[in-house]
Design a protein around this ligand. Structure first.
Ligand code: MRU
Length: 346
């Protein structure tokens, strides 16, 4: 549904989000009046998923421009630029966040008055959101041919409507395949520790009437071994020259899929491409201990034990069967991705 995940409220000049930490138990919205609240929402994962973070970053700069009290252009621009850096600092791995921020910042910096800055910032942010929805449809249309009819597709984390403006990337491909008449069952890995698969992927697919079954992450290998998985499809947070960064656990599925001869697909917009980097140079977000050491209100790790909580991992290109962008299907050795990335800079 358009604007459900994130939208600009024209009447109040606020950014409105569907609170993804409350799903599936409660469907409630959060209204961000200022950049500080939006930055907090990103940190807490009230809004999450790479393309949705791009939209949030874009709206965040528009929000900063709308809220700044500076009367002269120079301090106004400094104010907006500080807000942009605050937003950028919230999550380091998904490249879309910076991409969305910079797209709007560039328009603001080229404007000649405060009023013009505000106008172009909001127009560009709305364009980022609208384009993302169209891009997801294109990704879906390209990728649908890869999915089997009457097959089972395994996915990890949430790369759906909740992670984008609408439709989704990996789940967009599944939606497009279903819309084209294919019968598809989805295995949603729960995605420890924050359960984006169990809470979010299952919620949105069930709502669409697409058959979905939740499994614990560690069941994926044995189900592949038993012949119960026809292909794997996931989204991405950053695609470097040599690897796909996505939610931690993705690499494990790619290794298992290769071992069992199962295709492993990635669906992502061009704005996720980062061909100037290699996997070694990417900062992987390490999140709070409590996300692992507690399960709801219950402590599940003794105080004396250490905890590691990396939020993402890198799947090397040799394990990836295809990457689907809005341009089409890219196959190993992914030489065509560089040209696609060039187009996303325009
Ligand atoms: O920590 P999250 O929930 O923001 O992680 C999200 C993912 O890893 C998604 O798979 C990725 O952003 C692709 S979303 C289309």
């Amino acid at each position: 549904m358009e604007g459900e995940t994130i939208r600009w409220e024209d009447d109040t000049g606020e950014v409105s989000l569907l609170d993804q930490t409350a799903l599936p138990a409660r469907v409630r919205r959060i209204r961000c009046r200022d950049v500080e609240r939006l930055a907090e929402a990103i940190r807490r994962l009230e809004i999450r998923g790479a393309p949705a973070l791009g939209v949030a970053g874009a709206y965040g700069v528009a929000l900063a421009a709308a809220r700044s009290r500076e009367q002269d252009l120079e301090p106004f621009l400094a104010d907006v630029s500080d807000a942009a850096e605050l937003l950028r600092s919230t999550r380091p791995t998904a490249v879309n966040l910076s991409w969305g921020i910079d797209r709007v910042l560039l328009k603001v910096q080229a404007a000649r008055s405060i009023a013009e800055c505000r106008r172009v910032a909001l127009a560009e942010a709305k364009a980022v959101a609208a384009e993302d929805a169209l891009i997801c449809r294109r990704i879906g249309d390209h990728g649908a041919s890869l999915l089997p009819d009457r097959g089972t597709v395994l996915t990890h984390c949430n790369a759906g409507a909740l992670a984008t403006s609408e439709w989704g990337t990996a789940l967009g491909v599944i939606r497009s395949a279903v819309a084209a008449g294919k019968e598809i069952r989805v295995l949603a890995c729960e995605t420890r520790p924050l359960l984006q698969g169990a809470r979010l992927t299952a919620w949105e697919l069930a709502r669409d009437g697409i058959p979905v079954t939740v499994i614990v992450d560690s069941a994926a290998a044995s189900l592949m071994q038993a012949g119960e998985v026809d292909c794997v499809i996931v989204g991405a947070d950053r695609i470097t020259r040599d690897a796909v960064f996505n939610k931690v656990g993705t690499y494990m599925h790619a290794v298992c899929a290769r071992h069992h001869g199962i295709p492993f697909y990635v669906a992502a917009p061009r704005s996720t491409l980062d061909p100037g980097s290699t996997a070694a140079g990417v900062v992987v977000e390490e999140r709070a201990r409590e996300e692992v050491s507690r399960f709801g209100s219950r402590q599940v790790v003794p105080d004396a034990a250490g905890v590691r909580n990396p939020a993402f991992d890198a799947t090397p290109f040799p394990l990836v069967s295809a990457i689907i962008t809005e341009d089409g299907i890219h196959r190993p050795p992914f030489d065509t991705l560089g040209r696609a990335a060039g187009r996303s800079q325009r």
